[in-house]
Design a protein around this ligand. Structure first.
Ligand code: HEM
Length: 344
């Protein structure tokens, strides 16, 4: 009997120690004495401080917008039929080739930012794919309202340039864009979710005379104004509107999801985070990557208060979603024009 009890107690102890061992986090100590979940995350603390102080200036400004846009131009270059390594950093390693592509070249392109970002990789021993992903995800943490997007490290060096023609142009119609995203593995809903990025974006060259035309009246805040203002008959004076955004806001395959974000910023945030995480894993084997999201700060908070700008009303909204009416919103009479975003 005594032996039986002893056996059952030792069995319980073994169970406890097994389950404790399974739950115990495996921590690593970095050279700078930070405790991290995995030693592979250590170098990203130094890279984070370097980028924040010497590139982003700890603000939701031009460099952040460029970093976010670069995640798109690198990673969407992934096709089930045409190839391309996705989020592999090939736009840095094979810059001589990829920066010639129409979508990446010229003043409205990403050349200048690729040149600016590139040296941070070798300096911190980070591969180009990890660098682009980290810069984009870290950068947007400076913008109030952004979700904390998962960051994974371990992308190998890219092996080849992406083929041309995989990055959509703002003159592409909805059919072309939806088909391109489907080829990269994204549904129309995920495409709309990714375009929440244009909530903190603008155009230097494509629309407007002066450049730096914001895509909504709150370009330094990640909110749903982009989804509201793109559906108005006309942009707010000073605002830029891409033809591609205008089409997708009204297309039957995307308009209802577009509209669903108008007064549901939480859903916009979580859908954007999931879609951006997926985009950052295109062409990668997630099982070979290490989650270092702990390096990414929480963004400043933002209280959603969606509005119609100026004296706009529901009568100024283009009908597009037949399933649900456009939400009723208060007006913000102070918003009668939008300033350029170039300097900030
Ligand atoms: C249909 C797909 C898309 C098209 C056609 C498109 C097109 C454009 C264009 C033409 C600009 C203005 C460039 C300039 O003149 O400076 C722009 C800006 C921007 N885009 Fe997109 N975009 C698309 C999707 C995305 C996605 C998926 C993201 C990120 C996840 C993104 C992030 C941005 C950002 C952050 C900017 C602002 C860049 C800056 O201010 O320097 N875009 N986009």
């Amino acid at each position: 009997m005594a032996i039986k009890s002893l056996l059952s107690i030792s069995g319980l102890a073994a169970t406890l120690s097994v389950s404790y061992a399974a739950a115990a986090p495996q921590l690593a100590l970095c050279p700078n004495l930070r405790l991290v979940s995995n030693a592979a995350c250590c170098k990203f603390f130094d890279l984070r401080d370097d980028l924040q102080n010497n590139l982003f200036g700890n603000t939701c400004g031009e460099r952040v917008r460029e970093a976010l846009r670069l995640t798109f131009h690198d990673s969407i270059a992934f096709s089930k039929t045409l190839g391309g390594g996705g989020a592999d950093g090939s736009i840095i390693t094979f810059a001589e080739t990829e920066l010639q592509f129409a979508a990446n070249a010229g003043n409205g392109g990403v050349e200048e930012f690729v040149a600016t970002l590139t040296p941070f990789g070798p300096k911190h021993n980070v591969t180009p794919g990890d660098l682009i992903s980290f810069a984009g995800i870290l950068g947007i943490s400076n913008c109030p309202g952004t979700p904390r997007v998962q960051f994974f490290t371990g992308r190998p060096n890219p092996v080849a340039p992406a083929p041309d023609g995989l990055v959509n142009q703002p003159t592409d119609d909805a059919d072309t864009i939806i088909a391109r995203f489907a080829d990269a593995g994204f549904s129309p809903d995920e495409l709309v979710s990714l375009l929440a990025s244009h909530s903190i974006a603008g155009a230097d060259t494509f629309v407007g005379a002066g450049g730096g035309d914001a895509f909504d009246s709150t370009a330094h805040v990640f909110d749903s104004q982009f989804f509201i203002e793109t559906r108005l008959h006309n942009p707010v004076p000073g605002e830029g509107r891409l033809p591609s955004d205008a089409s997708l806001a009204r297309d039957s395959r995307t308009a209802c999801t577009w509209q669903s974000f108008v007064n549901n910023e939480n859903s916009m945030r979580s859908a954007f985070a999931a879609a951006l995480t997926k985009m950052m894993l295109l062409g990668q084997d997630q099982s070979q990557l290490v989650d270092c999201t702990e390096v990414i700060p929480q963004s400043p908070s933002h209280n959603p208060a969606p509005f119609f700008p100026g004296n706009a009303t529901i009568n100024d909204v283009d009908a597009a979603c037949t399933q649900t009416p456009f939400p009723t919103l208060p007006q913000n009479p102070a918003v009668t024009s939008v300033a350029t975003i170039n300097e900030f």
